[in-house]
Design a protein around this ligand. Structure first.
Ligand code: SF4
Length: 324
C-alpha cells in the first residue's frame, strides 16, 4: 500500500456493531484498506462476513448508535464522521454510489424508471425537470435500454433490465466511487455476463474507483485489481489478483478455491469448507477461523493473528506466516 498513490477512499481500523435483542453483533472488527483512484478492489467472503456492512459504512447508512464504534472512513481525504447529514447527502449518489444486491427491491414500483433516475439527477445537479428527464433517457440508452421505455414501471422490465436501471441510477451523477454489492447475484448466468461487461466498460469510461462485493471468485478474476478476503468482519488476506490467485496464503482463501468445481475433472467431488462462519455475537477468542481451519494450533485458539506482510502488497492474518 504505497504512499505516493492518491486514494479515493481510505478505511482505517473500522469497527461496526449492531444491537439486536440485547445482543451485540460484532459486524466489523478492524477493517482497513485503501482504494486508489480508478482501481477496483474485490471484497470476497461468505454471507455474514461484513462485506455489505463495509459498503453501508462508506455511505454512513449504518444505524447509529452503536454503528461505527471505532475507526475512520475517509472519502477524498475527508473523515465522513465529521460531516453533517446535509454534507453526506451531497456525497451519496454523487461522489459515492451503490448498486444494491436485489434490483426487485431497489426500485419504487409506483414510479416510472425515468422518474426514478431523474430524481437522483435533480437531487444533485441544479437542473429542471425536463433536463433531468432528458439526462435520465441518456442514462437508459447508456445501459442499453431504449429511452422511450423510461415511461414504463419496474414490473414491466425483466430482472436483467431492472438491474440495468439500478446501474443507470447509480451512475447518473458520475460518482467517483462505485460500490457494487453482488450486482449479478439475482440474475441468470448469461445476463450476469452482460451486466458485468457493462459495469467494466462504464467504469473504464468514467474512470471510477470501484468496490466489488461478491462471493464469486470468477467475478473477482474478471474485474478486480486487488482483493480483500473478509472473514468474520476482518480482512484475513489482501493482495493483488496475482497474489491471491497464484500465491494463496490464508487457509480460508485456500478453502474458498478448494470448494470451486474443477472444470477439467468433472467427476471430482467438491470440497466445501467444514463448519459455518462463527456467530458474530459470540466470536472465538483467537483466530475466528480456528474452529474450521485444518492447521489450527493452540496458539490460534487463544491469539488473534495480526495482518502481516507476506511480500510486496500481499498481507495475511495467520500465525503460519511471519513478517518478511
Ligand atoms: Fe488457521 Fe491458525 Fe492461520 Fe487461523 S491463525 S488461519 S487457525 S493456521
Amino acid at each position: 500500500m504505497s504512499e505516493e498513490k492518491s486514494y479515493a477512499l481510505e478505511i482505517e481500523d473500522l469497527n461496526v456493531e449492531y444491537h439486536v435483542d440485547r445482543e451485540v453483533v460484532h459486524a466489523l472488527n478492524g477493517i482497513s484498506f485503501r482504494l486508489a483512484k480508478g482501481e477496483t478492489i474485490g471484497l470476497v467472503g461468505e454471507t455474514g462476513a461484513g462485506k455489505t456492512t463495509t459498503g453501508l459504512s462508506i455511505l454512513r447508512l449504518i444505524p447509529s448508535p452503536p454503528g461505527v464504534v471505532k475507526g475512520t472512513v475517509k472519502v477524498r481525504g475527508e473523515d465522513i464522521s465529521t460531516l453533517s447529514e446535509k454534507q453526506m447527502e451531497a456525497i451519496r449518489g454523487n461522489v459515492v454510489s451503490m448498486i444494491f444486491q436485489d434490483p426487485m427491491t431497489s426500485l419504487n414500483p409506483t414510479k416510472t424508471v425515468e422518474y426514478q433516475i431523474a430524481e437522483v439527477i435533480r437531487l444533485h445537479e441544479k437542473c429542471g425537470k425536463k433536463e433531468a428527464a432528458a439526462k435520465a433517457g441518456d442514462m437508459l440508452e447508456m445501459v442499453g435500454i431504449p429511452r422511450d421505455r423510461g415511461r414504463e414501471f419496474p414490473h414491466q422490465f425483466s430482472g436483467g433490465m431492472k438491474q440495468r436501471v439500478v446501474i443507470a441510477m447509480a451512475l447518473a451523477c458520475s460518482p467517483e466511487i462505485l460500490i457494487a454489492d453482488e450486482p449479478t447475484t439475482a440474475l441468470d448466468v448469461t445476463i450476469q455476463a452482460q451486466v458485468l461487461d457493462m459495469i467494466r466498460e462504464l467504469k473504464r469510461k468514467y474512470k471510477m474507483s470501484m468496490i466489488m462485493i461478491t462471493h464469486d471468485l470468477g467475478i473477482v478474476a474478471e474485474i478486480c485489481d486487488t482483493v480483500a478476503i473478509v472473514y468474520a468482519g476482518r480482512i484475513v488476506e489482501y493482495g493483488t489478483l496475482e497474489d491471491i490467485f497464484n500465491h494463496t496464503a490464508h487457509p480460508y482463501t485456500a478453502g474458498l478455491f478448494g470448494s470451486l468445481p474443477n472444470m477439467e475433472d468433472r467427476t471430482q467431488r467438491l470440497k466445501p469448507i467444514p463448519g459455518l462462519m462463527p456467530d458474530p455475537t459470540n466470536l472465538p477468542e483467537g483466530c475466528a477461523f480456528s474452529p474450521r481451519c485444518p492447521n489450527a494450533s493452540e496458539k490460534c485458539r487463544t491469539q488473534c493473528p495480526a495482518l502481516t506482510r507476506v511480500e510486496g502488497e500481499h498481507f495475511v492474518a495467520c500465525h503460519l506466516f511471519k513478517e518478511e
